[in-house]
Design a protein around this ligand. Structure first.
Ligand code: PLP
Length: 389
């Protein structure tokens, strides 16, 4: 085998994802773009806020812009701007040395797992979970372990406590959640913090909480409770992929709580991993986002689509939780075999992602980062698919 043995399974997995995308393109070519209802991609289609292009134009026209490497952890003034904004958002005193600018949230997760986890040690995450976690754990030679969530996809802290072992190094959560749309409450986070403290004491080693929050600003009521307020040994990972609709530009960050055990060592190690992986985060994007702190896409567009989609699916007889944040619906498959049900949906030219890909067979994921017409146009097909089973 010309490629590494360990890569064979990963390459096969990626080939399946590629096949899914190609299938969408094939159906669009055959039936016309407007007749295919593709809900498989989490690629934001809401335009970035107008401020983004303005800032980008100013940067491009600036005489002082240079295109050299940036300091590995990011420009000092950019880390300062992010630290200042997050200090206000989380109501703690964050300093720039605890901020690392990264290539999206994916880059931040790779950096933090590389920094914290020895080969064979465990990252624990509630299930259903974002498929990328398999990849980031693989890159760190770590084992991704899951604990079930409750019937509403919220944290089951008893199940989490039972799943922690002496090898658990990181507890990884994602709120607002991809794929379920759940947002964890302050009480849930406080309960989780107690579990992590107890387990850290029991096993004589600190378990860090990594909170993956790229959807923090895509929330439909109130705001997302802060993990920094719940547990000091936390690292927040985020990006501008969704909140500024800049997914393809690859810019994100991580922030280490100042009171985390060995906070300086952890951020220092993450900086080294990030340097080894990608040298530095994209220069122009760093400079742009520093000037866009607190600015977000128009979330009312996602809210309108969520409400429209929920109504249509409920009318068609589907069961699901109303998403509190992010832009995904995670309905129950009307038959236990979600993959089989998706093939029935495909006959109606509706594309979705099976729950099995998120560790949750019996469900399927629909992204509503799509035009309104794709949502409304799909309702008849959703109805017919249910009638056919
Ligand atoms: N975490 C979650 C839950 C995601 O859904 C995604 C992307 O869809 C990522 C991380 C990666 O985000 P980024 O594009 O900022 O690397």
């Amino acid at each position: 085998m010309p490629i590494a043995d360990k890569m064979v399974k990963m390459v096969d997995g990626m080939a399946m994802v590629k096949k899914m995308f190609e299938e969408g393109a094939r159906l669009r070519a055959k039936h016309g773009q407007e007749n295919v209802f593709d809900f498989s991609l989490g690629n934001p289609d809401v335009p970035p806020p107008p401020e983004f292009k303005k800032v980008l134009r100013e940067l491009v026209n600036s005489e002082t812009l240079n295109h050299g490497y940036t300091p590995n952890p990011g420009h000092p003034q950019v880390r300062q701007a992010v630290a200042q904004y997050l200090s206000g958002e989380h109501d703690i005193e964050l300093t720039p040395d605890l901020i690392l600018m990264t290539v999206g949230a994916a880059g931040a997760l790779n950096a933090v797992f590389g920094a914290l986890v020895n080969p064979g040690e465990e990252i624990l995450t509630p299930s259903p979970y974002f498929i990328g976690y398999d990849h980031y754990a693989f890159m760190a030679n770590a084992v991704l372990k899951t604990a079930p969530t409750d019937s509403n996809f919220h944290l089951d802290t008893a199940a989490i406590e039972a799943a922690i072992t002496e090898k658990t190094r990181v507890m990884l959560i994602n709120s607002p959640n991809n794929p379920t749309g759940a947002v964890y409450s302050a009480e849930e986070l406080a309960d989780l913090a107690q579990v992590l403290d107890r387990a850290s004491q029991k096993f004589g080693r600190r378990i860090y909480l990594v909170s993956d929050e790229p959807y923090r600003k895509i929330i439909y009521e109130g705001s997302v409770p802060s993990v920094f307020q719940a547990y000091p040994h936390s690292i927040v990972v985020s990006s501008y992929s969704k909140e500024l609709s800049l997914a393809g530009e690859r810019i994100g960050y991580l922030a280490v709580h100042p009171d985390a055990e060995d906070a300086g060592l952890v951020s220092g190690a993450a900086i080294v991993v990030n340097t080894m992986l990608c040298v530095n985060a994209p220069n122009m994007l760093q400079l742009a986002v520093a000037r866009l702190q607190g600015i977000t896409v128009d979330v009312s567009i996602y809210k309108r689509r969520r409400d429209m989609f929920c109504q249509g699916l409920a009318d068609a007889g589907y069961e699901f939780n109303i998403p509190q944040g992010a832009f995904y619906l995670f309905p129950k498959s009307p038959i236990p075999d979600d993959v089989k049900f998706l093939s029935i949906l495909k006959d109606e030219l509706i594309l979705a992602v099976p729950g099995v890909g998120f560790g949750a067979p019996g469900y399927f994921r629909l992204s509503y980062a799509v035009p309104d017409a794709t949502i409304t146009g799909s309702f008849e097909g959703f109805k017919r698919a249910r009638e056919r089973i």
